[in-house]
Design a protein around this ligand. Sequence first.
Ligand code: SAH
Ligand code: SF4
Length: 400
Amino acid sequence: MKPPLEPQAPITQDVLTIKRQLPETGKVNLIGLTRAEMKEALAGVGVPDKQQKMRVNQLWQWLYHWGVRDFEAMTNLAKPFRATLAEHFEIRLPEVVSKTVSADGTRKYLVRIAGGHEVEVVYIPEEDRGTLCISSQVGCTLTCSFCHTGTQKLVRNLTAGEIVGQIMVARDDLGEWPAPGTGTGTAGPRLLSNIVLMGMGEPLYNFESVRDAMKIAMDGEGIALSRRRITLSTSGVVPEIARCAEEIGCQLAVSFHATTDEVRDRLVPINKRWNIATLLDALRTYPKVSNSERITFEYVMLKGVNDSDADARRLVNLIKGIPAKINLIPFNEWPGAPYERSDWSRIEAFADIVYKAGYASPIRTPRGEDIMAACGQLKSATERARKSRAEIAAEVGQGG
Ligand code: SAH
Ligand code: SF4
């Protein structure tokens, strides 16, 4: 192959200003760039117009189909070009700091991103699929009163690379990059077959990065997850819901949690900005615009707060006409939480009313409880670990 580049062109200012530039090395991280951005980045190092699309395709396959992390391994690229790539770019993924495996097979990864912040990623294996729960922000700007993440300030938005990177490090751990000569998933059902944006943060308040990351995850030349297997959960950021339908087109879940504005104002305070009626209007148009299936209504079961028969009946009345499934989530307690989990018999009675009204009403089995990996518990586990490390340090200090 002819070397594509003459003397190595200096990286242009345009590329340097791409937001994915890594502060420590001054190089640009290829992970998380959209195809258009990658093309622009290649133009910046002198790849001629006519070659750009092909080079993006080649790189894309190495990164996202084969999971390769070293430019040297990209054997269909000429050596000088590989050197140019290594000079200007990096393939940087979040670092897995620890991994915990639950008795039920749930895996929880503690992942460190630039700046030393940590987020948690949870892999939940099931018989016919494996779901990865990923985070979109460190902390959250919203303050839902039952959610532990909501008690923490927003530290920062994750970049697209850090979001898709969570999927990639989980695939590393599962050993799921295809072997040479095979395609993804040709060996049977995929271990990592579904993605839910239900970790830390409000994905619709980090729209561009979440969109770009999900586009990468859906791209057929790489990770190739169908948009039907990706579910974004929002607390109800109404203006971004239509955009999500148009620009991402994934499945939507909404943290509904209450059937009156009075209660929802308390549980999900964003309701004061966009109330139940406004939210439902946005949800009505979602399936058509995104050509997606049912909307999942998430409903956390809080004892004596939102779990009465009257609530169940109001809920099914409210959502009439929306293709929906109602996902009942037994509340996961965290230290200092102001609520309790509804009794099991109450949850079942509630589920029964919903079911009789014609809606699927699965009760979400808490998974990975023994490793504090259940919904809304993620950050508390990290903080606890930190605290105990601090305690240990204090003890050591006292001892010496
Ligand atoms: N910010 C987004 C996505 C992250 S939360 C959202 O709010 O939808 C994912 C789901 O877990 C949401 O439905 C959220 O309301 C729920 N959740 C948060 N804390 C919980 C807890 N302690 N117990 C059970 N579910 C919880
Ligand atoms: Fe943020 Fe979602 Fe938790 Fe509300 S439930 S505080 S939106 S992470």
